[in-house]
Design a protein around this ligand. Structure first.
Ligand SMILES: NC(=O)c1ccc[n+]([C@@H]2O[C@H](COP(=O)([O-])OP(=O)(O)OC[C@H]3O[C@@H](n4cnc5c(N)ncnc54)[C@H](OP(=O)(O)O)[C@@H]3O)[C@@H](O)[C@H]2O)c1
Length: 340
């Protein structure tokens, strides 16, 4: 049998504006040899995330830029196929930052085993992984929700947003989500139990729509998208409102950012707080997150969805789909079978 080939995705060009399929290149290379103290991992799932758009630029940021002509990387869950490392055995599943490729060899640095019996493997990239952790941390630590308050979550049908919104409900808030299709809005109210959902593409006057959905004003706005939704929420803030600034996906493909937001002054009179955060600064809180959220997941109190593309050749399409709203819940790529 011919040795398996390792296919990986390289950054072929730095995008101007919205990334295009030609900015990525799929190449096939031999599967690396396993040396002493090393493991060979076959990736099963990889994550595509909005922050990767920033890494396609050659700009200093909290995450290193991808290098032109080099394989991209990101979160992945894989199966150990061969091991010469005392800490990992064949058959173990591991989380790594070596996505965008089918196989890799590692000396164990940055690898951690994941328990496939505790939750489905893919969940470790979504609801129980970095996106879920982000929603939990941002809502609890910056949003500081109290029962009876009104929470608005943008990007509410996505990976971060759908968990944030459900935690808001568990903590007793009135929760209003925004999303880009009627199907997503129906999922938010009918499946996840949100109090209202607004399709920001068809709502018309967003200020009016939000005012109607939030008759008592907004105490917490969990920001995932930026742009016109932020503008509209700022106009209906309550005194001492909190705004965890998690992401602004509507801005990521702009070559030059748009002016705004226009209603920032509303934060002065309302003594509102807006705080950005990067979840990798808070990894010490991850076990606490899992302890709290895993039981909600196991009991069905928290629901989640995944949109899974098959095959590494479709990883760029999955990534580009994030900017078109192609995903319900976490966007993932399945690179191979969970078991051999
Ligand atoms: N601060 C941190 O540490 C941290 C960590 C993880 C993620 N984030 C941020 O959190 C946000 C959500 O990330 P995620 O991984 O959960 O992604 P996601 O919400 O699962 O996927 C992205 C979603 O964004 C929406 N979207 C795309 N373009 C938009 C636009 N122009 N206006 C409004 N919505 C738009 C789409 O849904 P619709 O159909 O609703 O448009 C799409 O499904 C992103 O901004 C990301 O950068 C931050």
């Amino acid at each position: 049998m011919a040795p398996p080939v390792n296919r990986q995705v390289l950054l072929a060009a730095r995008p101007t504006g919205t990334p295009q399929p030609g900015d990525f290149k799929l190449e096939a290379v031999p599967v690396p040899e396993v040396g002493p103290g090393e493991v060979l991992v076959r990736n099963v799932y990889m994550s595509v995330d909005p922050y990767m758009r920033g890494r396609m630029n050659d700009r200093k940021s909290y995450a290193q830029p991808f290098q032109l002509g080099r394989p991209m990387d990101g979160r992945a869950i894989g199966r150990v196929m061969a091991s010469r490392h005392a800490g990992f055995a064949p058959g173990n599943y591991v989380a790594s930052m070596h996505g965008w490729r089918e196989y890799f060899v590692s000396n164990g640095e940055g690898l951690s085993t994941v328990d496939e019996k505790r939750a489905p493997l893919a969940a470790y990239l979504g609801v129980l992984g970095m996106p879920g952790f982000t929603g939990w941390y941002g809502l609890k630590e910056i949003g500081k929700p109290k029962a009876g308050e009104t929470l608005v979550v943008s990007g509410a049908a996505g990976a971060v947003g759908s968990l944030t919104a459900q935690i808001g409900k568990i903590l007793g808030c009135r929760v209003v989500g925004t999303a880009g299709t009627d199907e997503k809005c129906a999922y938010l109210t009918k499946e996840l139990g949100l109090d209202a959902a607004i399709n920001y593409r068809t709502a018309g006057d967003l200020h009016e729509a939000l005012q109607k959905a939030c008759p008592a004003g907004v105490d917490i706005y969990f920001e995932n998208v930026g742009g016109p939704i932020l503008d509209a929420v700022l106009r209906i803030l309550n005194p001492f409102a909190r705004i965890p600034l998690c992401g602004m996906i509507s801005q990521y493909n702009f070559q030059t950012p748009e002016p705004g937001p226009r209603y920032l002054f509303s934060m002065i009179g309302n003594r509102a707080l807006m705080q950005g955060f990067i979840i990798s600064d808070h990894v010490d809180r991850y076990p606490e997150f899992v302890t709290e959220v895993a039981p909600w997941l196991a009991s069905g109190r928290i629901k989640y969805q995944e949109t899974i593309f098959e095959g590494i050749e479709n990883a760029p399409r999955a990534f580009l789909g994030l900017f078109k709203g192609d995903n319900m819940g976490k966007m993932l790529v399945k690179l191979g079978p969970e078991r051999e």
